[in-house]
Design a protein around this ligand. Structure first.
Ligand code: A4P
Ligand code: MG
Length: 164
């Protein structure tokens, strides 16, 4: 595993809308914390959110986790995809929707635009289900000239979201 000694702060968005949503998020967080080179620091409140985009589907349970990591961004993303796969395997329906979605939202202030990874996550500032939990962990974080709290407040006026 490629790791360096420097510590980086990353934020991971987690969402589930299939099966036992809370258990899915908890299992994903457990696997995240157990990943070599990843230390789970803090987890925001769980939020019940209306689905955004896609087909007609059930509501989501979303949260955001703060991690300290020595893994470089593509390695961290690979670890997230592995967790998704690991949890997807408990499903019986082939090609069915995933039980858990993990997105790499931010990695320090790094900006990346490669085929496999875009940082910051391109859609994060349009989504209450990302910005509300993120604002709990990093209220003063500035994204495109606004704080996380300001962005979360604006989005929560137009998107259905309930903090649990
Ligand atoms: N990828 C590039 N950059 C990133 C990044 N920063 N983080 C690539 C994660 N992945 C990144 O993602 C497709 C590919 O994006 C990955 O293989 C990776 O190389 P995916 O997770 O397989 O596909 P997806 O999640 O179905 O598509 P997409 O466009 O990533 O959807 P989103 O943005 O993840 O949104 N509504 C509510 N209320 N709550 C939700 O959680 N989630 C989605 C999915 C839609 N609506 C939702 C929610
Ligand atoms: Mg995704």
């Amino acid at each position: 595993m490629l790791e360096d000694k420097t510590e980086h702060t990353a934020y991971i968005g987690l969402g589930s809308n299939l099966g036992d949503k809370r258990a899915n998020l908890e299992k994903a967080l457990e696997l995240l914390g157990a990943t070599t080179g990843v230390q789970l620091k803090r987890v925001a409140s769980y939020h019940r959110t209306a689905p955004l985009g896609g087909p007609v589907q059930d509501w989501y349970l979303n949260t955001v986790a703060e991690v300290i990591t020595g893994l470089e961004p593509h390695r961290l993303l690979a670890a997230l995809l592995k967790i998704e796969e690991g949890l997807g395997r408990v499903r019986t329906v082939r090609w069915g929707p995933r039980t858990v979605d993990l997105d790499l939202l931010l990695y320090d202030r790094r900006e990346i635009c490669s085929a496999a990874l875009t940082l910051p996550h391109p859609r994060m500032t349009e989504r209450a289900f990302v910005m509300a939990p993120l604002a709990e962990l990093a209220p003063g974080l500035i994204l495109y000239g606004k704080t996380a709290v300001e962005l979360a407040g604006e989005l929560a006026r137009v998107q259905l979201i309930e903090k649990l």
